[in-house]
Design a protein around this ligand. Sequence first.
Ligand code: HEM
Length: 331
Amino acid sequence: MKMFPAAMLAALVVALIPAARAQTSAAEAQVNALEKLFGKHEGFRRAQAKGLCASGYFVGNTVGRALSNASVFSGDKIPVIARFSVGGGNPKASDKSKSVRGMALQFTLPKGEQWLTANISAPMYFISKPQQFAPFMAARLPDPTTGKPDPVNLKLFSELNPETTLQGAYLAKAPVPASYGAVNYWSANAFEFIGAKGHSQFVRWQFVPQDGTLGLTDEQIKSLPNDFLADELRARVAKAPVVFDYKVQLAEASDVLTDPTQVWPDSRVVVPAGKLYIDKVEAANGGACDKITFNPLVLPKGIKPSADPVLLARAAAYGISLGRRLSEAAK
Ligand code: HEM
Protein backbone atom coordinates (compact mmCIF):
# COMPACT_ATOMS: atom_id res chain seq x y z
CA MET A 1 0.00 0.00 0.00
CA LYS A 2 1.30 3.45 -0.95
CA MET A 3 1.67 5.72 2.10
CA PHE A 4 1.63 9.52 1.86
CA PRO A 5 4.33 11.35 3.85
CA ALA A 6 1.73 12.81 6.29
CA ALA A 7 0.28 9.37 6.96
CA MET A 8 3.76 7.95 7.43
CA LEU A 9 4.54 10.74 9.89
CA ALA A 10 1.32 10.08 11.81
CA ALA A 11 2.12 6.35 11.93
CA LEU A 12 5.61 7.14 13.22
CA VAL A 13 4.27 9.48 15.92
CA VAL A 14 1.77 6.82 17.06
CA ALA A 15 4.58 4.24 17.17
CA LEU A 16 6.78 6.58 19.26
CA ILE A 17 4.14 7.66 21.81
CA PRO A 18 4.56 4.65 24.17
CA ALA A 19 8.35 5.14 24.27
CA ALA A 20 8.01 8.88 24.91
CA ARG A 21 5.44 8.23 27.64
CA ALA A 22 7.68 5.67 29.36
CA GLN A 23 10.56 8.17 29.35
CA THR A 24 8.37 10.94 30.77
CA SER A 25 6.89 8.78 33.48
CA ALA A 26 10.34 7.56 34.63
CA ALA A 27 11.50 11.19 34.91
CA GLU A 28 8.29 12.20 36.67
CA ALA A 29 8.77 9.35 39.14
CA GLN A 30 12.30 10.63 39.85
CA VAL A 31 11.14 14.20 40.46
CA ASN A 32 8.16 12.97 42.53
CA ALA A 33 10.54 10.86 44.64
CA LEU A 34 12.65 13.99 45.33
CA GLU A 35 9.51 15.90 46.38
CA LYS A 36 8.41 13.07 48.64
CA LEU A 37 11.76 12.90 50.44
CA PHE A 38 12.61 16.61 50.66
CA GLY A 39 9.11 18.14 50.56
CA LYS A 40 7.56 20.17 47.76
CA HIS A 41 9.18 23.61 47.87
CA GLU A 42 7.36 25.76 45.36
CA GLY A 43 9.54 27.75 42.99
CA PHE A 44 12.70 25.81 43.90
CA ARG A 45 14.73 23.20 42.03
CA ARG A 46 13.76 19.70 43.15
CA ALA A 47 17.46 18.82 43.54
CA GLN A 48 20.30 21.14 44.62
CA ALA A 49 17.49 23.46 45.77
CA LYS A 50 19.63 25.87 47.80
CA GLY A 51 22.03 27.92 45.76
CA LEU A 52 23.06 31.23 44.26
CA CYS A 53 23.90 32.75 40.91
CA ALA A 54 27.32 34.00 39.86
CA SER A 55 29.09 34.73 36.60
CA GLY A 56 32.49 35.00 34.98
CA TYR A 57 34.31 33.66 31.97
CA PHE A 58 36.28 30.67 30.65
CA VAL A 59 39.51 30.61 28.65
CA GLY A 60 40.51 27.38 26.91
CA ASN A 61 44.08 26.42 26.03
CA THR A 62 46.01 24.54 23.35
CA VAL A 63 45.53 21.17 25.11
CA GLY A 64 41.76 21.72 25.00
CA ARG A 65 41.98 22.67 21.33
CA ALA A 66 44.00 19.53 20.55
CA LEU A 67 41.43 17.30 22.25
CA SER A 68 38.20 18.88 21.01
CA ASN A 69 36.97 21.10 18.21
CA ALA A 70 34.56 22.81 20.61
CA SER A 71 34.69 26.60 20.32
CA VAL A 72 34.82 26.83 24.13
CA PHE A 73 38.55 26.03 23.85
CA SER A 74 39.28 28.81 21.29
CA GLY A 75 41.31 30.80 23.84
CA ASP A 76 38.84 33.69 23.66
CA LYS A 77 37.03 34.83 26.82
CA ILE A 78 33.78 32.82 26.87
CA PRO A 79 31.02 34.37 29.05
CA VAL A 80 29.76 32.03 31.78
CA ILE A 81 26.70 32.08 34.04
CA ALA A 82 27.25 29.91 37.11
CA ARG A 83 25.13 28.47 39.89
CA PHE A 84 26.59 27.12 43.13
CA SER A 85 24.39 24.84 45.24
CA VAL A 86 24.00 22.50 48.20
CA GLY A 87 22.86 18.90 47.60
CA GLY A 88 19.28 17.73 48.14
CA GLY A 89 15.86 19.22 47.53
CA ASN A 90 15.57 21.34 50.70
CA PRO A 91 16.14 25.06 50.03
CA LYS A 92 16.88 25.53 53.76
CA ALA A 93 19.49 22.76 53.96
CA SER A 94 22.45 23.56 56.19
CA ASP A 95 25.66 24.61 54.45
CA LYS A 96 27.36 22.29 56.95
CA SER A 97 25.59 19.20 55.50
CA LYS A 98 27.75 16.28 54.42
CA SER A 99 26.10 16.39 50.99
CA VAL A 100 27.53 17.37 47.61
CA ARG A 101 28.06 20.96 46.57
CA GLY A 102 27.20 21.74 42.95
CA MET A 103 28.66 24.03 40.31
CA ALA A 104 26.52 24.44 37.19
CA LEU A 105 27.73 26.46 34.21
CA GLN A 106 26.28 27.94 31.06
CA PHE A 107 28.88 28.86 28.43
CA THR A 108 27.62 31.26 25.75
CA LEU A 109 29.54 30.34 22.62
CA PRO A 110 29.85 31.98 19.19
CA LYS A 111 27.34 31.16 16.44
CA GLY A 112 24.47 30.67 18.90
CA GLU A 113 25.98 27.56 20.50
CA GLN A 114 25.71 26.81 24.22
CA TRP A 115 27.32 24.40 26.62
CA LEU A 116 25.49 23.52 29.84
CA THR A 117 27.11 21.44 32.55
CA ALA A 118 26.23 20.66 36.19
CA ASN A 119 29.06 19.26 38.31
CA ILE A 120 29.33 17.94 41.86
CA SER A 121 31.89 17.91 44.66
CA ALA A 122 32.37 14.13 44.45
CA PRO A 123 34.05 12.17 41.68
CA MET A 124 31.16 9.69 41.54
CA TYR A 125 27.34 9.82 41.48
CA PHE A 126 25.13 7.82 43.83
CA ILE A 127 23.41 5.57 41.28
CA SER A 128 24.67 3.51 38.36
CA LYS A 129 21.30 3.21 36.60
CA PRO A 130 18.38 5.68 36.35
CA GLN A 131 16.02 2.97 37.66
CA GLN A 132 17.75 3.22 41.05
CA PHE A 133 17.00 6.94 41.48
CA ALA A 134 13.43 6.79 42.88
CA PRO A 135 14.06 3.66 45.03
CA PHE A 136 17.24 5.32 46.43
CA MET A 137 15.11 8.27 47.62
CA ALA A 138 12.30 5.98 48.84
CA ALA A 139 14.75 3.95 50.97
CA ARG A 140 15.62 7.18 52.81
CA LEU A 141 12.05 8.27 53.63
CA PRO A 142 11.68 8.85 57.37
CA ASP A 143 9.67 6.30 59.33
CA PRO A 144 6.77 8.29 60.89
CA THR A 145 7.47 6.83 64.34
CA THR A 146 11.23 7.45 64.53
CA GLY A 147 11.64 10.35 62.08
CA LYS A 148 14.58 8.41 60.60
CA PRO A 149 14.88 6.11 57.56
CA ASP A 150 13.81 2.54 58.30
CA PRO A 151 17.21 0.87 58.92
CA VAL A 152 16.02 -2.49 57.55
CA ASN A 153 14.79 -0.98 54.26
CA LEU A 154 17.93 1.11 53.90
CA LYS A 155 20.25 -1.83 54.60
CA LEU A 156 18.36 -4.05 52.16
CA PHE A 157 18.50 -1.41 49.39
CA SER A 158 22.23 -0.85 49.99
CA GLU A 159 23.01 -4.57 50.01
CA LEU A 160 21.12 -5.11 46.77
CA ASN A 161 22.73 -2.01 45.19
CA PRO A 162 26.20 -1.79 46.79
CA GLU A 163 27.53 0.78 44.32
CA THR A 164 24.93 3.28 45.64
CA THR A 165 26.92 3.53 48.89
CA LEU A 166 30.16 4.73 47.24
CA GLN A 167 29.31 8.44 47.04
CA GLY A 168 28.06 8.47 50.65
CA ALA A 169 31.29 6.80 51.80
CA TYR A 170 33.34 9.42 49.89
CA LEU A 171 31.37 12.32 51.40
CA ALA A 172 31.53 10.86 54.92
CA LYS A 173 35.35 10.99 54.74
CA ALA A 174 35.69 14.31 52.89
CA PRO A 175 35.75 17.52 54.94
CA VAL A 176 32.66 19.76 54.68
CA PRO A 177 33.63 22.45 52.12
CA ALA A 178 34.45 25.82 53.72
CA SER A 179 33.72 27.64 50.46
CA TYR A 180 31.98 27.09 47.13
CA GLY A 181 35.26 28.38 45.72
CA ALA A 182 37.53 25.93 47.56
CA VAL A 183 36.29 22.51 46.55
CA ASN A 184 36.74 20.29 43.46
CA TYR A 185 33.79 19.74 41.16
CA TRP A 186 33.58 16.65 38.93
CA SER A 187 31.41 15.80 35.89
CA ALA A 188 30.90 12.25 37.24
CA ASN A 189 29.43 11.26 33.85
CA ALA A 190 31.70 10.52 30.87
CA PHE A 191 31.62 12.55 27.65
CA GLU A 192 33.27 12.20 24.24
CA PHE A 193 35.61 14.86 22.88
CA ILE A 194 35.87 15.04 19.09
CA GLY A 195 39.11 16.56 17.86
CA ALA A 196 40.74 17.26 14.51
CA LYS A 197 39.96 14.71 11.77
CA GLY A 198 37.14 13.33 13.94
CA HIS A 199 39.52 11.86 16.55
CA SER A 200 37.52 10.56 19.55
CA GLN A 201 38.58 10.65 23.22
CA PHE A 202 36.29 9.74 26.10
CA VAL A 203 36.79 11.99 29.13
CA ARG A 204 35.56 13.03 32.53
CA TRP A 205 36.37 16.53 33.72
CA GLN A 206 36.94 18.32 36.98
CA PHE A 207 37.18 21.96 38.07
CA VAL A 208 40.03 22.33 40.56
CA PRO A 209 40.27 25.55 42.63
CA GLN A 210 43.60 27.21 41.87
CA ASP A 211 44.07 28.32 45.50
CA GLY A 212 43.46 24.80 46.81
CA THR A 213 40.61 23.13 48.68
CA LEU A 214 39.51 24.08 52.18
CA GLY A 215 37.36 22.13 54.65
CA LEU A 216 35.64 23.28 57.83
CA THR A 217 37.37 22.51 61.12
CA ASP A 218 35.32 20.86 63.93
CA GLU A 219 35.32 24.25 65.67
CA GLN A 220 33.89 25.99 62.58
CA ILE A 221 31.23 23.29 62.26
CA LYS A 222 30.11 24.20 65.79
CA SER A 223 30.37 27.97 65.46
CA LEU A 224 29.25 28.76 61.89
CA PRO A 225 25.57 29.39 61.13
CA ASN A 226 23.67 27.12 58.72
CA ASP A 227 23.94 29.74 55.97
CA PHE A 228 27.44 30.98 55.31
CA LEU A 229 28.43 29.77 51.85
CA ALA A 230 26.72 32.53 49.83
CA ASP A 231 28.23 35.40 51.84
CA GLU A 232 31.61 33.67 51.97
CA LEU A 233 31.66 33.47 48.16
CA ARG A 234 30.59 37.13 47.85
CA ALA A 235 33.40 38.23 50.19
CA ARG A 236 35.96 35.98 48.45
CA VAL A 237 35.09 37.21 44.94
CA ALA A 238 35.02 40.86 46.09
CA LYS A 239 38.77 40.47 46.80
CA ALA A 240 39.76 38.54 43.66
CA PRO A 241 38.16 36.25 41.06
CA VAL A 242 37.92 32.60 42.08
CA VAL A 243 39.86 30.63 39.50
CA PHE A 244 39.31 26.94 38.71
CA ASP A 245 41.64 24.86 36.54
CA TYR A 246 39.50 22.86 34.11
CA LYS A 247 41.15 19.43 33.97
CA VAL A 248 40.29 16.55 31.69
CA GLN A 249 40.82 12.91 32.65
CA LEU A 250 41.47 10.74 29.59
CA ALA A 251 39.77 7.33 29.50
CA GLU A 252 41.64 4.24 28.42
CA ALA A 253 40.03 1.43 26.45
CA SER A 254 39.27 -0.64 29.57
CA ASP A 255 37.48 2.19 31.45
CA VAL A 256 33.76 1.94 32.04
CA LEU A 257 31.96 4.80 30.30
CA THR A 258 28.41 4.01 31.34
CA ASP A 259 28.51 3.89 35.16
CA PRO A 260 29.05 7.16 37.08
CA THR A 261 29.54 5.33 40.40
CA GLN A 262 32.85 3.88 39.12
CA VAL A 263 35.79 6.31 39.17
CA TRP A 264 38.61 5.65 36.73
CA PRO A 265 42.02 4.69 38.12
CA ASP A 266 44.20 7.53 39.46
CA SER A 267 46.85 6.46 36.95
CA ARG A 268 44.78 7.91 34.06
CA VAL A 269 46.32 10.96 32.41
CA VAL A 270 44.75 14.26 33.55
CA VAL A 271 45.48 17.38 31.49
CA PRO A 272 44.60 21.06 32.06
CA ALA A 273 42.42 22.32 29.20
CA GLY A 274 41.46 25.81 30.40
CA LYS A 275 40.61 28.09 33.30
CA LEU A 276 37.27 29.24 34.71
CA TYR A 277 37.11 32.67 36.38
CA ILE A 278 34.20 33.55 38.68
CA ASP A 279 34.33 37.33 39.09
CA LYS A 280 30.77 38.31 40.06
CA VAL A 281 28.30 36.92 42.59
CA GLU A 282 24.66 38.04 42.85
CA ALA A 283 24.19 40.26 45.93
CA ALA A 284 20.88 38.57 46.81
CA ASN A 285 18.83 35.50 45.86
CA GLY A 286 17.82 35.22 42.21
CA GLY A 287 19.62 36.13 39.01
CA ALA A 288 20.15 34.83 35.51
CA CYS A 289 20.83 31.24 36.63
CA ASP A 290 17.36 30.79 38.07
CA LYS A 291 15.58 30.41 34.73
CA ILE A 292 18.20 27.98 33.41
CA THR A 293 18.01 24.24 33.78
CA PHE A 294 21.56 23.03 33.37
CA ASN A 295 20.66 20.11 31.09
CA PRO A 296 24.01 18.37 30.54
CA LEU A 297 22.97 17.18 27.08
CA VAL A 298 23.17 20.74 25.72
CA LEU A 299 26.65 20.42 24.24
CA PRO A 300 28.61 22.32 21.61
CA LYS A 301 29.95 20.71 18.44
CA GLY A 302 33.11 18.85 19.55
CA ILE A 303 31.65 17.43 22.79
CA LYS A 304 29.20 14.52 22.71
CA PRO A 305 27.38 12.61 25.44
CA SER A 306 28.60 9.11 26.32
CA ALA A 307 26.09 6.25 26.37
CA ASP A 308 25.87 6.51 30.20
CA PRO A 309 22.14 5.95 30.88
CA VAL A 310 22.30 8.16 34.00
CA LEU A 311 23.58 11.06 31.88
CA LEU A 312 20.92 10.47 29.24
CA ALA A 313 18.15 10.37 31.88
CA ARG A 314 19.03 13.81 33.27
CA ALA A 315 17.47 15.96 30.52
CA ALA A 316 13.89 14.76 31.08
CA ALA A 317 14.05 15.06 34.89
CA TYR A 318 15.59 18.55 34.71
CA GLY A 319 12.88 19.63 32.24
CA ILE A 320 10.13 18.46 34.60
CA SER A 321 11.69 20.20 37.59
CA LEU A 322 12.12 23.39 35.52
CA GLY A 323 8.50 23.26 34.36
CA ARG A 324 7.21 22.83 37.91
CA ARG A 325 9.36 25.50 39.54
CA LEU A 326 8.84 28.13 36.83
CA SER A 327 5.07 27.66 36.75
CA GLU A 328 4.98 27.92 40.57
CA ALA A 329 7.18 31.04 40.54
CA ALA A 330 4.84 32.64 37.98
CA LYS A 331 1.73 32.15 40.20
C1 HEM B 1 18.94 10.02 36.83
C2 HEM B 1 19.84 10.88 37.31
C3 HEM B 1 19.53 12.27 37.79
C4 HEM B 1 18.32 12.86 38.13
C5 HEM B 1 16.93 12.25 38.10
C6 HEM B 1 18.62 14.22 38.54
C7 HEM B 1 17.69 15.17 38.93
C8 HEM B 1 17.92 16.52 39.05
C9 HEM B 1 16.92 17.56 39.13
C10 HEM B 1 15.42 17.31 39.11
C11 HEM B 1 17.56 18.74 39.21
C12 HEM B 1 16.94 20.14 39.26
C13 HEM B 1 16.89 20.71 37.84
C14 HEM B 1 16.26 22.08 37.74
O1 HEM B 1 15.24 22.34 38.38
O2 HEM B 1 16.78 22.91 36.96
C15 HEM B 1 18.98 18.47 39.23
C16 HEM B 1 19.97 19.41 39.37
C17 HEM B 1 21.32 19.11 39.48
N1 HEM B 1 21.92 17.89 39.28
FE1 HEM B 1 20.96 16.18 38.82
N2 HEM B 1 19.99 14.44 38.45
C18 HEM B 1 20.56 13.27 38.00
C19 HEM B 1 21.91 13.06 37.78
C20 HEM B 1 22.92 13.93 38.11
C21 HEM B 1 24.33 13.64 38.00
C22 HEM B 1 24.95 12.36 37.46
C23 HEM B 1 24.98 14.73 38.47
C24 HEM B 1 26.47 14.81 38.56
C25 HEM B 1 27.22 15.71 38.09
C26 HEM B 1 23.99 15.74 38.84
C27 HEM B 1 24.23 17.02 39.34
C28 HEM B 1 23.28 18.01 39.47
C29 HEM B 1 23.57 19.40 39.81
C30 HEM B 1 24.93 20.00 40.14
C31 HEM B 1 22.35 20.07 39.79
C32 HEM B 1 22.10 21.56 40.08
C33 HEM B 1 22.10 22.35 38.79
C34 HEM B 1 21.73 23.79 39.05
O3 HEM B 1 22.41 24.45 39.85
O4 HEM B 1 20.75 24.24 38.44
N3 HEM B 1 22.76 15.20 38.61
N4 HEM B 1 19.18 17.11 39.14
